[in-house]
Design a protein around this ligand. Structure first.
Ligand SMILES: Cc1cc2nc3c(=O)[nH]c(=O)nc-3n(C[C@H](O)[C@H](O)[C@H](O)COP(=O)(O)O)c2cc1C
Length: 278
């Protein structure tokens, strides 16, 4: 696949993958491609643990599901409310965040309450947190592969410049994984929830035998895309993007976009505006 095509097609895969195991040569390609990513002073501050064992996947699934349920019943919405969109108008207006565009009709009337202080309790009462936790566990359990990313603590020091540089390097390596999976007709999804609960993060690090000199920083599900994958009962999309003129300015911050750039053709999306929602 051509690079621009992979960039165009890359997106988070929220739903199930095909059950096929990831081919060893594809795993090798992913790691070798990742190793070509840039890092400060070529420090390569990352290490990866590939999880394929069914029992380990099941244990990770239980931890991910329980974390999702717990977070939903707790501070999750309060912590992240600025990222949630619930209707077309809001999603198209702000052009960022995640748009919850798919949910059972019975939940629609409760949307307005999602940011009230007792939403966690309400989600528990109506079984929503259980549904989301169950769904999270199911998609993790049925993933052919989980990739854990660990960062070298000698580099990854929050507050120090090396810490910032290693975080930038992490972004580069993750994007490499994302583009290569896309080019292999695979999908990829970040699974942050179990790492947001310190005890569960510690259990996962222990299960994967990550040494104390490394910090577990990210988990991803990976697998081949399923042709007929159904959407999750509560699901989101996030294809909106800020427009060109808002993202960048020329010569100085906030300056109007010069005509030659404003009128330049879009090579990435020749058919539609790059920020259009699909
Ligand atoms: C640091 C980071 C954490 C993320 N955590 C999650 C997550 O826990 N679950 C998830 O489904 N996506 C997660 N994502 C994916 C983003 O939600 C997604 O990239 C964004 O909404 C844009 O959507 P797209 O990837 O489909 O283009 C994460 C991405 C990043 C960079």
């Amino acid at each position: 696949m051509d690079l621009l095509d992979a960039i165009r097609r890359r997106r988070t895969t929220n739903n199930k993958f095909a059950p096929d195991p990831v081919k060893p040569e594809h795993i090798r390609l992913l790691i070798e491609a990742a190793s070509r990513s840039p890092s400060h002073f070529n420090s390569q501050p990352w290490r990866f643990v590939i999880v394929r064992d069914k029992d380990k996947l099941a244990a990770l699934a239980d931890l991910a599901g329980a974390s999702m349920k717990e977070l939903m019943e707790g501070e999750f919405f309060a912590r992240y409310k600025r990222y949630f969109r619930f209707d077309d108008q809001e999603a198209d207006g702000k052009r960022d965040g995640i748009y919850i565009d798919h949910m059972p009709a019975v939940l629609r009337p409760f949307i307005k309450q999602v940011f009230t202080p007792n939403i966690g309790k309400l989600l528990g009462t109506f079984g929503v947190s259980k549904m989301l936790g169950g769904n999270q566990a199911e998609i993790v359990r049925e993933s052919p592969l989980i990739l854990a990313v660990a960062m070298n603590k000698e580099e990854y020091k929050p507050g120090e410049l090396a810490g910032l540089y290693s975080t930038i390097s992490l972004g580069a390596v993750i994007q490499t994984f994302w583009l290569v999976t896309t080019s292999l007709n695979m999908g990829m999804q970040f699974i942050s929830t179990p790492l947001e609960v310190p005890e569960r993060k510690a259990l996962i690090a222990e299960m994967l035998k990550i040494p104390p000199t490394f910090e577990l920083v990210a988990l991803f599900r990976m697998g081949y895309k399923a042709e007929d994958a159904k959407r999750n009962s509560i699901d989101w999309t996030s294809s909106q993007r800020k427009p060109f003129e808002e993202l960048a300015s020329v010569e100085e911050w906030g300056a109007a976009m010069p005509g030659d750039l404003a009128q330049a053709e879009s090579i990435l999306f020749p058919e539609k505006a790059p920020d259009a929602r699909d």
